[in-house]
Design a protein around this ligand. Structure first.
Ligand SMILES: NC(=O)c1ccc[n+]([C@@H]2O[C@H](COP(=O)([O-])OP(=O)(O)OC[C@H]3O[C@@H](n4cnc5c(N)ncnc54)[C@H](O)[C@@H]3O)[C@@H](O)[C@H]2O)c1
Length: 270
């Protein structure tokens, strides 16, 4: 039997990157999916998900808009009769050393990444409570568990998402609802591409890639597979967890000492 047979999954940020990759993997495993995004056109992964999943629906809206999220959840409940899974993937990447960040810009990042997650959960939780079960997966980041040069607003938003996740895991466990986060390393999505589009960051890009011990950036499906696991019954005893999926980015550092000890630990690309 497919791993999400009969389940209904709501996904914010479904038009692109990790959100659309989740939609596709979930649809392939039998889920019915409803997407929500600012961008009206879903990418190729979303289009494929919409073909695979019967009755897949997509709604244009902003995760900062409580009423729009309410309408999204109501429509999904009316159409499918239940909501089993919520993936919060809508997000923006931004930052800068604190003294360079305008207060309005700081607020924008917190509003989308943190408040958007809060608002979507706030709308979905009562529906899940009625059904007596549910699984929420929040896209945090490795930048939610450790600092990153110039990360400021983004780090703050993702760190808060990790703690909000743990808090909800405690509050809703006895309602049959599990809440987990994923902390991806750097994954090849349009968000990452947007950070690399100036030629002067080429060297930095390579250094960041090398900081992933596997010597490469991640692929969206590698995050979607983790989300699928957390959303499914296979993770039935996992809640309040922040799952790092980062190719070893947060494992530690390589300085060449193992090579002196007889192990060639050079990255595969060297
Ligand atoms: N790509 C990475 O390397 C990476 C690493 C760690 C965490 N993340 C997190 O994963 C999530 C998905 O990132 P991605 O790489 O797929 O990015 P992406 O830019 O490809 O997709 C993000 C989607 O969110 C949507 N969105 C943005 N603001 C919105 C809003 N206010 N309301 C509704 N939708 C909105 C965008 O339109 C877009 O479709 C984000 O929360 C991001 O912070 C990404």
């Amino acid at each position: 039997m497919a791993r999400l047979e009969g389940k209904v999954a709501l996904i914010t940020g479904a038009a692109s990157g990790l959100g659309s990759a989740c939609a596709l993997r979930f649809a392939q495993e039998g889920a019915r999916v409803a997407g929500f995004d600012l961008t009206p056109e879903g990418d190729a992964a979303w289009q494929e998900a919409a073909q695979v999943a019967p009755g897949a629906s997509f709604r244009v809206g902003d995760v900062r808009d409580d009423a729009a999220l309410g309408a999204f959840v109501d429509a999904a409940r009316e159409e499918f009769g239940r909501v089993d899974i919520l993936v919060n993937s809508a997000g923006v990447a931004a930052g800068g050393p604190v003294h360079t960040v305008e207060p309005e810009e700081f607020e924008r990042v917190i509003d989308v990444n943190l408040k958007g997650t809060f608002l979507a959960c706030r709308r979905v939780l009562p529906v899940m409570m009625k059904g007596g079960n549910g699984s929420i997966v929040n896209l945090a980041s490795v930048e939610g568990i450790e600092g990153f040069e110039g990360g400021s607003s983004y780090n703050a938003s993702k760190g808060a998402v990790v703690l909000l996740t743990r808090n909800m895991a405690i509050d809703y466990a006895r309602q049959g609802i599990r809440v987990n986060a994923i902390c991806p390393g750097f994954i090849q999505t349009p968000m990452l591409a947007g950070l690399w589009d100036q030629p002067e960051v080429e060297e930095i890009r390579e250094r960041i890639k090398e900081a992933h011990q596997l010597g490469r950036f991640g692929q969206p499906v590698e995050i979607a597979n983790a989300a699928l696991f957390l959303a499914s019954e296979e993770a039935s005893f996992i809640t309040g967890h922040a799952l790092v999926v980062d190719g070893g980015y947060t494992a530690g550092h390589r300085h060449g000492i193992a090579r002196l000890m007889g192990l060639d630990s050079a990255p595969p690309s060297a």
